[in-house]
Ligand binder design. Structure first.
Ligand code: SF4
Length: 329
């Protein structure tokens, strides 16, 4: 327990602090959690402790419907006096080499591929989220003005040491527990690398020591369908699943959707893939977004298999499928 003088010397606030942060993806799971926190005081009491903020990192490649939902959420949070932070690349929290999903692909003639390790979630979602949190905590709880380009986790660690772990709420639905289990397995695997990969050690150790990850949907057995039903009973919108436009995990139906509804972005993606193929032309294994078959070939297959679908059918399919559900936060 600190004495009053110690607190004054450290220039920090004296009262106990707790902080809960909802990691918002603008899809159905995190929207369900936010709506429920606003509407249900018992739910809020169970999952939110202390100050509450909502934070979303912009991948720079969200769909228009996702950006529209973000605007709605910003207004909703304002109405209910909840802090909402939408982290765009210009604010300085994104890695310099990953300002957006596609910017690094264009600069390096690289591509995100189903066949390669998935680095996108870490770079355009997780890193900006925790870079922001560190600066936010320094400013709000310790009166420290840090540049947004700060990359250490000093103030997250300090907060955890002074007040306990920060509660980070993640929108993972019941039935997707594998994502949580995989995360733990991956953490263990990385821990085995501690003796050779010091950087990874630092990353994992501070997160394990300072962050309490909470999964309310798993705790309450709420799957995606139940979340949708809850949202539809509120006066507020049910958002489409959120995923990047150029996500390597798009299905053939979604690739056909892109071709029909946002062809300019589709052909930009085709050009990015071709640039990668050209750059690596000397390699024995030179893979594109989906592997050996390149996007134009995948599109041809999609047209052959699903070209008879109406626009409405394709749209309905698109609005019910997401991809970051496959990645780990
Ligand atoms: S939606 Fe796809 S491309 Fe975007 S961050 Fe998630 S896995 Fe990566």
């Amino acid at each position: 327990m600190k004495t009053e003088n110690q607190f004054e010397a450290a220039n920090i606030r004296m009262e106990d602090q707790e902080l809960t942060v909802l990691s918002f993806g603008a899809g159905q799971d995190s929207t369900y959690i936010l709506y429920k926190i606003i509407r249900d005081p018992f739910y809020r009491a169970r999952f939110v402790t202390g100050d509450f903020i909502v934070v979303m990192s912009d991948t720079g490649d969200e769909h228009d419907h996702t950006y529209e939902h973000v605007c709605f959420i910003a207004k909703l949070c304002s109405e209910y006096e909840i802090e909402f932070h939408f982290l765009t690349a210009d604010q300085g929290y994104h890695p310099n080499t990953w300002q957006t999903l596609t910017s690094q692909m264009i600069r390096n003639s690289s591509i995100m591929s189903m066949m390669m390790p998935r680095s996108c979630t870490d770079n355009v979602k997780i890193k900006p989220f925790y870079n922001f949190l560190n600066v936010y905590i320094a400013n709000k709880y310790y009166n420290q003005e840090l540049p947004n380009s700060t990359r250490n986790k000093t103030w997250i660690k300090r907060f955890a040491a002074d007040y306990g772990k920060i509660n980070v709420i993640l929108g993972i639905a019941a039935g997707e527990e594998k994502r949580v289990k995989e995360s733990k397995t991956e953490l263990k695997k990385r821990q085995l690398d501690l003796f050779v990969k010091v950087k990874r050690k630092n990353h994992i150790v501070w997160m394990m020591n300072c962050i309490l990850k909470t999964y309310p949907m798993i705790a309450e057995g709420i799957d995606r369908k139940m979340a949708q039903d809850y949202i539809l009973a509120t006066p507020w919108p049910l958002p489409p699943p959120s995923n990047c436009k150029r996500c390597p995990f798009l299905s053939k139906q979604e690739i056909l959707w892109m071709y029909r509804f946002i062809p300019a972005e589709f052909y930009e993606w085709v050009a990015m893939e071709q640039a990668k193929i050209d750059k690596c032309s000397g390699l024995v294994r030179n893979l594109g977004v989906k592997g050996e078959k390149l996007l134009p070939e995948i599109l041809a297959e999609a047209i052959a298999e699903y070209g008879h679908w109406t626009n409405d059918q394709l749209h309905e399919y698109k609005m019910s499928h997401g991809h970051c559900v496959l990645s780990k936060f």
